[in-house]
Write a protein that binds this ligand. Sequence first.
Ligand SMILES: Cc1ncc(COP(=O)(O)O)c(C=O)c1O
Length: 474
Amino acid sequence: MTERIVKSTKETPQISDKIVVNDQAKREIMNRYEMRFIASKQFAERARRVLPAGVTHDLRTFNPFPVYMDRALGSHKWDVGGNEFIDYWSGHGAMLLGHSNPKVLEAVARQLPRATHVGGSHELEIEWAEGVSRLVPSAERVRFTGSGTEATIMAIRLARIFTGRNKILKFAGHFHGWHDAVSPGSDPPYDQPSVPGIPPEVQKYTVIIPPNRPDLVEEQLRQDSDIACVILEPTGGHWGAVPIRGEFLKTLRELTIKYGNLLIFDEVITGFRVSPGGAQGYYQVKPDLTSMAKILAGGLPGGGVAGREDVLAFIENRPGKAKMRHPGTYNGNPVSAAAGIAALKQIENGEVCARANSLALLLRNRLNEEFALHGFPWIAYSDFSMFRLLPNYHGPRPVKATSDNNGMIPYEGDLHLLDGPKDSSLIQTFRQALMLQGVDMPGLGGWLTTAHSEADIEQTIQAVIHVLDELYSN
Ligand SMILES: Cc1ncc(COP(=O)(O)O)c(C=O)c1O
C-alpha cells in the first residue's frame, strides 16, 4: 500500500507549492559558505596552482572551493577552520567502523615501527587472507592489490584468461573503478557511452545493458559467445542508486552457469558492509570472483580479488598453462594488512553490519516521514547501510521500510530517473547549505558507520529539513 503525498489536508502542505528552488536563497547560501569556510579558501587557491581542479578525486571537486578537512573521529570530522561536521562520506565508504577506530589505530601503530614495507612476504598478508576466506563465502583464494580499480582489472583479466573470451558484460550506472574496460557506461548519458581517452576499438569489448533486466542479460549471453564475464555492483550501481536485490543476482548466477561466463561481484563498497560476507553472504549467491577494497583494508589503501581456486590459479606459474602477470609495489602492504585484520576481526560476528544497517534504515524512514510532513518533493531510499536522496520526486510516497532491503524503490527502479543526469547546481547548493548546518555528504546520499548515533541522525534530519525550508521558501 502506498500513499500519495499530493493530498490536500490542512496538516500536510501541498507539494506543488514547493517545486521551485529559490534562486535568491541559492546566492545567499553561497555567500554564507564563502564566509564560514574562509579558512579553506587559501588552501584551495594554493591547490589550484599544483593540482588540476585543485583536488585529487573527481568527487571532491566543489564550487566555490572545497572545505579542507583537518581531522576525524568516530562519525565526526573537523575542518581547518575548526568547523565540525557529521560525516557521511565515511572515507568514500571505507570507514564502516567510523574514523580513528581504536583497534585499527592500535594495529597500525604496532606495525609502523616494525616496517611500512618489507619488500617481501610477511605473516600479516596470510592472516589478512585467512580473515577474508573466513568471512567471504566464495573466497577459496585471495590476491591483494593496491586498490579497488586494480582489483577489477585483475578479476576481468582472470576471467578472460580462464574462459578464453574477450568481452565483458556490465550494467549502466555501475562503477568499477576508472580503467578502460569498466569506464564505459558508468555515468550518464548511457546511450552514448564514449569515454575520452579510451579508443573506440577498446570500448567495443565492453557490452553495456540496463540493470535488473534478466531478459536482456540472457539475450546478450545467448547471442555473443565472446563474453568472458558479467560484472556488477551487487546491490546496484553507484552503491544502490538503482537498487538490485537477491532475485536478479540468483538469475545472473544461473545464466552465467548456463552460458559459461564468470560472474564477478564487485564488492568494493558492499564487501564487509552489507553483511560480514558482503552481498554474496547476505543473498547466498556465490560469484566466481569478487573484487574488494575499502573496508577490506580498514580504511587504508588496499584491495584484492577473492574467488575460485581454479581461476586464481592462473596467477601461478604452472607448466603448460597461461600465467597472468601480477606485480604491484603495494600489494599486501603490511600497514594496510594490519588495519584490515583489525577491521575484519571487529566485523566478523555481524553486529557491526547490523548496527550500521539499522541506523541507515532509521535515517531513510525518518527522512521520508519528514519530507511528507513538510511537503518536500524528495524521497530517501536504498538498502543496507547506504542512503540516497532523490529531489524533485513526484511518485507515490513510500510506506515505512521494515527491513534493510524492503524499502520502496522510487520510479520502480527506472535507470534514467534514478541515475540519469543530475541537477549539479541544486546538488551543490544543497551540499553547501548542509555543510553550513554541520553535515557533510558526498552528494545526495552517503554511508552510515557504527560510530554514528541516533543523535547524529536526528541532527542530520533537522539539518536537511532546515536546508529544504531555505531552498523552497518564497
Ligand atoms: C563498486 C566500486 N568498484 C571499484 C571502485 C574503485 O575502487 P578504488 O577507488 O579503490 O580504485 C569503487 C570506488 O569507489 C567502487 O565503488
